[in-house]
Design a protein around this ligand. Structure first.
Ligand code: ATP
Length: 140
C-alpha cells in the first residue's frame, strides 16, 4: 500500500494528485528521488521530467521549474507550468523549439539568449516527456 502522496499544482490547476510509491523530480541541483519517510525538504526545480511511480505504472509530467516541498509523506510541487505526457501538444512544442533555436542562432542581447535557452529547454523537456507517454509499464 503506497504511503506517499503527490500533488502537482500550477497557478491555474491541479495537474496530478495521487498516492504513489516514489517520485523522481528535476531538482535545481540534480535529480531528486523521494521515497516514503523522506526527510522534510524544500527545494527549487528546474525544467525537466517528473516521474511518479505507482506499482508497475509510471506517470510522466513535464515541469517548467518551480518549488517542491516534502513533509510528512506528502510531496507538493508548485510548478510554473506542468503537463501530463498525454496533454502535450507535440506540434506546439516543436514550433517552440524551432523558434528558440532561431533566436539562439541570431545571437542577440544576453537577456534574449537566456530567455531563448529557457524556452528551448522547456520545449525539449515537453518533447521528451511526450515520447514517454503517460504510463509506462516498468519491467519487474
Ligand atoms: P509556447 O511558446 O508554445 O507558449 P512556452 O514554453 O512559452 O511555450 P509556457 O509559458 O511554459 O509555454 O506555458 C504556458 C501555458 O501553456 C502553460 O499552461 C503550459 O502548460 C501550456 N503549454 C505550453 N506548451 C505546451 C505544449 N506543447 N502542450 C501543452 N501545453 C503547453
Amino acid at each position: 500500500m503506497p504511503d506517499l502522496h503527490l500533488d502537482v499544482v500550477t497557478a491555474e490547476r491541479l495537474v496530478y494528485s495521487d498516492d504513489v510509491d516514489m517520485v523522481t523530480a528535476p531538482g535545481s541541483l540534480g535529480e531528486l528521488g523521494i521515497l516514503p519517510r523522506h526527510a522534510a525538504l524544500v527545494t527549487t526545480l528546474q525544467a525537466g521530467a517528473l516521474r511518479a511511480r505507482k506499482g508497475a505504472d509510471e506517470t510522466n509530467l513535464a515541469i517548467s521549474g518551480g518549488f517542491l516541498e516534502v513533509r510528512d509523506n506528502r510531496v507538493l510541487v508548485l510548478a510554473d507550468a506542468a503537463e501530463r505526457a498525454e496533454e502535450i501538444d507535440v506540434e506546439r512544442a516543436r514550433a517552440a523549439e524551432e523558434r528558440a533555436r532561431l533566436l539562439l542562432q541570431e545571437r542577440r542581447a544576453t537577456a534574449d539568449l537566456a530567455v531563448a535557452e529557457a524556452a528551448l529547454r522547456r520545449s525539449q523537456v515537453r518533447l521528451k516527456v511526450a515520447r514517454r507517454r503517460q504510463t509506462t509499464e516498468i519491467p519487474r
